[in-house]
Write a protein that binds this ligand. Structure first.
Ligand SMILES: [Zn+2]
Length: 211
């Protein structure tokens, strides 16, 4: 019996509250649990997050073995293999919540801003492939007043990059589109704060009556 997207989001937010208050670490890696997962998995959420060592999804959401299907790539960018990974988990395991998880002080977003301002360029073709996927979402910000306010610019750029990635997932895959329209799949965008340890789910959250 798979958990709904809204219930899964609630579980992640509860876990993040435990983590942010310093009370995290449920018994998520016990021998019993490991044994129970040999025969299969039913992850409650798919997370597309940044590779940054300070943002491990299982820890910041206080989840255990088998709870999260995690895709991590610098800058939480969406390339075909990321879309394919989301499709695979959504179809194979019935997982109905997808979270794009960006974070404050993201190095990949900073590198893209530096590239746009020509203060530095990415070192290789491979690194450029990441910057190239971030650039379209944030270059418009440089044409605004934010350009004169680097800390705010970076903050807004992180969020713009998350929104763009979430939209690419929503509209860049027939499988994801079909599951969203017919089967309750939800793609949301969130930002983890290195400063406070909290995750703010700011994009794509449905308004639920009575909450
Ligand atoms: Zn990052």
């Amino acid at each position: 019996m798979t958990i709904t997207a809204v219930d899964a989001l609630e579980r992640l937010q509860e876990g993040n509250r435990r983590f942010a208050s310093g009370g995290g670490s449920a018994d998520g890696a016990s021998l019993v649990r490991r044994a129970a997962l040999v025969s299969g998995q039913e992850p409650l959420a798919i997370i597309l997050g940044c590779s940054d060592s300070r943002v491990p999804a299982e820890i910041v959401f206080d989840q255990g073995l088998g709870d999260l299907f995690v895709i991590r790539v610098a800058g939480n960018v969406v390339a075909p293999s990321q879309i394919g990974s989301v499709e695979f988990a959504a179809e194979r395991f019935g997982t109905r919540l997808v979270v794009v998880l960006g974070h404050s002080q993201c190095g990949a977003v900073t590198a893209t801003l530096e590239d746009l301002r020509r203060t530095a360029g990415p070192g290789s073709r491979n690194m450029r492939s990441i910057v190239d996927r971030i650039r379209p979402a944030i270059e418009v910000l440089l044409a605004t007043d934010l350009a004169d306010d680097p800390p705010t610019l970076l903050r807004e750029a992180v969020r713009a990059n998350v929104r763009a990635a979430a939209n690419q997932l929503r509209h860049g895959s027939e499988v994801i589109e079909r599951l969203s329209e017919q089967d309750g799949l939800l793609v949301v965008g969130a930002e983890y704060s290195l400063e406070t340890g909290t995750v703010d789910v700011f994009d794509g959250v449905p308004v639920v009556a009575g909450r």
